[in-house]
Every structure is written in C-alpha cells, then in structure tokens.
Write a protein that binds this ligand. Structure first.
Ligand code: DGL
Length: 258
C-alpha cells in the first residue's frame, strides 16, 4: 500500500513534503511529469490523457490512494478521473477560503496557471466568495518553467514574480493565494516582492490533512511503526530530474524514469 502523488513536474513535492511530515509511516510514490510540463498552457483533453496514464502507472506501482498535487490537473480532470478509477483521489485547489477568513482589505489575489483560471471549477470557486470579497486572479506563464529549471531566485525569476504580483498589490490584495503547487518554491521571492503586510496562502497542509482523513476513512492507513519509504519517478531528462529532486526534496534520492 502506498500514497501515489503526482504533478506536471516537481511542484507537487511541496505537497509530498507535508504528507511525509504528517504521515511518517506511509509509503510514498511521487511521479513528476516534467517531460510534459507545463500543463498550464495545454488543453483539458491533453491533461486528462496524461493524468489517466499516470494514475494507472501509480496503481501498477502499488498506490491505493492518489493525490493530484497539481491545481491545473485537478480543475481540468478530477471529476473524469474519479469516474474512471475506483481508488480515492484527492486534489488541490486554490485556498481562497483560508484567505477570505483573514482578509482585511477586501481583496484576495490568486496566482495560478492560465488553464486553472479559465476552468469552470475555478470560476465557481471564486464565485462562491464573491459576496464577501473581491477575487483578483493573475495568470503567471513562465513561473512553472523557472521552478522546473531550479531558478528559484535570480533576476529573471524576481522580474517575473514582480510582473505578476505588482498588479495584485495595486488592486489592494492583502493575501496572495498560491494557486499552483510549483509556486510554493517561489514563496520567499513572492513574499519579498509583496512585502511584510501581505500574507501568502499555500494549501499543502490542508491537502495533507485531507489525505490523512481519507486514509483513515477508507481503512488504508499504514499499520507499520517503521518509517515509510519514498520512491521518485520523472518523465523528464534524468540528469535534471536528479538535480531537481535533490534540491527540492532536501535529501539525495534516487529518481527513476517512467
Ligand atoms: N503544479 C501545477 C499546478 O499546481 C503546475 C501546472 C503546470 O504545469 O502548468 O497547477
């Protein structure tokens, strides 16, 4: 039994890290579809095809619950995937609700991919809070690529972040919701650009809590007292994949191709 976690690339490691912290005895299989990233500019049909292939691959490797650690894939494909596969599937969506609770300016900014923002499920999510708050959304093409290339700091990354964050600040946002799991690795730069009065909202911890809840509810939680292991797979170029996982997971790990 294992928890299968996947993303269009290495962004979902931000969720896998929280799952590991919360559930130290569970086996984790992480699959990065870096060879096909970014998903954010692709069609819904393409994303659904990739996700179906990846979930089958995770099941073949022993996953009994799957986490779509990608906002873009969740909004594009989770309903169809839940119909197609019998195992529990947990997704991730921008944490607007958390931001609304503590927002004082009346404006919440969302940073996400083009595909996430134009999806019907994001529109519905934003609509749900439209009586309480103004939701200002900003598509951020290029940021996923900066994280995949491990350019987490530096002039180009800083300039791109400023280009996307500044308009939201100008509109009065006092919360910035990270609506893409890759952006968690850019949180220090985003925070630096936004300044100390703006809160950054990441949904990795709520997703890990939901995984724990589902494992318990489905009777899938590990009974072992031993530490759970991790295995990592990437469809991307192998040399880069090793650098990515070693940098972002924080340990030297083996990465296999799939
Ligand atoms: N990490 C994915 C997300 O949360 C990135 C999508 C992409 O590859 O563009 O949306």
């Amino acid at each position: 039994m294992a928890i299968g976690i996947f993303d269009s690339g290495v962004g979902g490691l931000s969720i896998a890290q929280q799952v590991r912290t919360l559930l130290p005895h569970e086996e984790i299989i992480y699959l990065a579809d870096s060879g096909h990233a970014p998903y954010g500019e692709k069609s819904q049909q393409y994303i659904l095809q990739r996700c179906s292939k990846i979930i089958q691959c995770l099941i073949d490797k022993g996953a009994t619950l799957v986490v779509i650690a990608c906002n873009t894939a969740t909004v594009s494909a989770i309903s169809a995937l839940r119909e197609a596969f019998a195992i529990p599937i947990v997704g991730v969506e921008p944490g607007i609700k958390t931001a609304v609770k503590s927002c004082k300016s009346g404006v919440v900014g969302i940073l996400a991919t083009t595909q996430t923002l134009k999806s019907a499920s994001f529109q519905q999510l934003a609509q749900r809070f439209s009586n309480e708050i103004k939701v200002e959304a900003q598509a951020c093409p290029g940021l996923v690529e900066q994280v995949e290339a491990l350019h987490l700091t530096g002039d180009k990354t800083q300039a791109l972040v400023a280009q996307y964050v500044q308009p939201l600040l100008n509109k009065g946002a006092d919360h910035l919701v990270l609506g893409c799991t890759h952006y968690a690795f850019l949180a220090p730069v985003i925070s630096q650009v936004a300044g100390p009065n703006v809160s950054i909202i990441n949904t990795a911890i709520p997703v890990a809590l939901e995984v724990a809840r589902r494992l318990d509810a489905e009777g899938l939680a590990s009974a072992s007292a031993a530490a759970g292991g991790e295995s990592f797979f990437s469809s991307g170029e192998q040399k880069l994949a090793h650098r990515q996982f070693n940098a972002l997971w924080g340990n030297t790990v083996k990465v296999e191709s799939f």
